[in-house]
Design a protein around this ligand. Structure first.
Ligand SMILES: *Cc1c(COP(=O)(O)O)cnc(C)c1O
Length: 395
């Protein structure tokens, strides 16, 4: 068990549940599982496989390199990559059959790759409907459409999709989303007028999938939700019918009684008020635990204890608030310590609040030093059945 004593458990059954739930919500639109950034820290390849098993139709990544990695792992489902630089290997993207998001300048690079490979590139044109990041500005949209239509004539590309990204769907009442939907509809109409047959229109992210059915169109691009987390400040995972997928846990690696006035960790940002017991938790900012999250919860046994003092590179400290534990059967030494996770664990949102950030960032930044342990009861039972079938065959 030592190898899993500092682990991010990834519950693939919870992930499958979330995908099926999101499919129901999005229906008849289909679901793209967004697995960029190593599946928000959950592990891109196992997450992509489980998502496809549960009925996701598409995978989404930011970078071509992320998509190529999925292809090299044997994943054949449609994959869209939408964020490129002048160093992006578009030839690899086209060669591996990735769909490519195009906001403007990339079109020339993608058509060059298509020419080189003598194989058309599959593209989705991206309109900036107001986010102000990637996407073609509305005043350049007609020019992009006519260039794309011409390249399509020449057989260098096939335009299959039009997409855009929302700025504030996590605040459903905001009127800006209505303006973005309107701008999106106009961009799609302009594409059709330019002779482009738009098969797949996609706009929604996780919050819009839940709160704005008018944004579903043909496909929803869901990241956070497939990991079982809520994008809304006033609703948690359970309120949305989701199950958190990542549980970050370790064991209490040291436990000691200290007097009143003991300084704890660098800078003595915390001093004990009374004689107490301190527990050492062997995860720190090198593991991606935010350094500023002093006060965040750690569950040991049935109780939650706050992180005290500064979080260090490899470790943090909790205060058990009592004495008489050390060298007794009640000693926390070696007991499981859960920072965040699913039902019964502190929610990751408590860590996000302590770190002045959002749940997206906390899970995504859990570093490669933390082992990912995959829980997969469905697959285990499939394997067991296969083994049993094999034994029967031998007998
Ligand atoms: C990351 C991303 C998504 C997924 O967003 P969530 O809020 O995690 O669902 C969807 N579309 C684009 C373009 C993205 O960059």
């Amino acid at each position: 068990m030592t190898s899993t004593e500092r682990a991010a458990e990834i519950d693939l059954d919870a992930l499958r549940h979330n995908i099926r739930h999101l499919r129901d919500i999005a229906h008849p639109a289909r679901v793209m599982a967004v697995v960029k950034a190593d599946a928000y820290g959950h592990g891109a390849v196992p997450v992509a496989r489980a998502a496809l098993e549960a009925g996701a139709a598409w995978l989404g990544v930011a970078h071509v390199s992320e998509g190529v990695r999925l292809r090299k792992a044997g994943i054949e489902a449609p994959i869209l990559a939408w964020l490129h630089t002048s160093g992006t290997d578009f030839v690899a993207g086209v060669e591996h059959g990735l769909d490519l998001g195009i906001s403007g300048w990339e079109l020339e690079h993608v058509t060059a790759a298509a020419r080189e490979l003598e194989r058309p590139a599959i593209v989705h044109l991206k309109i900036d409907t107001g986010l102000g990041r990637n996407g073609c500005p509305p005043d350049k949209w007609d020019a992009l459409l006519s260039r794309a239509a011409q390249y399509q004539e020449e057989g260098l590309i096939r335009v299959v999709g039009i997409f855009s990204h929302l700025a504030m769907a996590d605040e459903p009442a905001r009127p800006e989303t209505d303006l973005q939907v309107q701008a999106f509809r106009e961009a799609v109409a302009a594409a059709e007028n330019a002779g482009i047959d738009v098969e797949i229109r996609h706009l929604a992210n996780t919050p819009a999938t839940f709160s704005r059915p008018d944004c579903h169109f043909d496909l929803v691009r869901v990241g956070l939700g497939i990991y079982g987390l809520s994008p809304f400040s006033d609703q948690g995972s359970a309120d949305l019918g989701l199950q958190p997928v990542m549980t970050l846990s370790t064991t209490v690696s040291n436990c000691k009684e200290v007097p009143a006035g003991q300084g704890v960790s660098y800078g003595y940002a915390y001093r004990t008020q009374k004689p107490t017991t301190l527990g050492l938790i062997p995860v720190g900012y090198a593991d991606g635990v935010p350094r500023i999250a002093t006060g965040a919860p750690v569950l040991v046994g049935t109780r939650i204890y706050p992180v005290v003092g500064r979080i260090a590179m490899d470790q943090l400290v909790i205060d058990f608030g009592t004495t008489g534990l050390v060298d007794t059967p009640d000693s926390p030494l070696g007991k499981r310590a859960v920072l965040f996770g699913g039902t019964g664990s502190p929610p990751v949102e408590d860590w996000a609040a302590a770190a002045q950030t959002i749940n997206y960032e906390v899970v995504t930044r859990i570093s490669g030093r933390v082992e990912r342990v995959y829980i997969d009861r469905t697959q285990d039972s499939v394997q067991n059945r296969a083994q049993e079938a094999g034994r029967d065959g031998d007998a």
